[in-house]
Design a binder for this molecule. Sequence first.
Ligand code: 5GP
Length: 192
Amino acid sequence: MNYLEKRILEDGIVIDEKILKIDSFLNHQIDPKVIKEITSEFFDYFKYRVITKVLTIEASGIAPAIMMAAHLQVPMLFAKKSVPSTLSTDDKYSTLVHSFTKNKTSEVIISKEYLSPDDKVLIIDDFLANGEACLGLVDLVNQAGGEVAGIGICVEKSFQPGRKRLEEAGHDVFSISRIASLEGNKVTFVDE
Ligand code: 5GP
């Protein structure tokens, strides 16, 4: 069992059979030790890939993404959930993402200035559920003509279809913790 899985068992709160709350160390308060351990696992897995940029979506992906970008010595870019008035339609790539936790669809954007056809992009996010956030990020990379070098997830809920959808689209998904079930108010990991 890795460090993230231990912390999930110690400090995670099962809200219902589909939602896990880890606000005490990743989604609200952030424990740097958790980010450090997560980054070391991501780095071990992705270190031999050519990666020019790390991409995430605000807000909870930013902490693991920036630390990973620092390790890889490349910039980190985060997709914004609100469109800045300073950015015209011609200057942005835009996609729609349906939020699993908020049950609403919103526009997510990045400035065209920061992604190019030369970019090899590592996508990082905190949770993988239905794959909407990651598929939205993949769409933004595709619009820029860039390439997705891989997808790194902190907590994958393997009982939801996100991994399958991303793999079917041809992407390599590496998740640090894979949750098989949240049933009975209990976290069960894959292969336990
Ligand atoms: P997806 O887009 O894969 O359906 O869901 C991933 C996004 O929804 C993540 O960026 C995360 O913010 C949020 N999310 C999905 N499931 C959970 C969960 O169980 N707990 C928390 N805290 N966030 C979740």
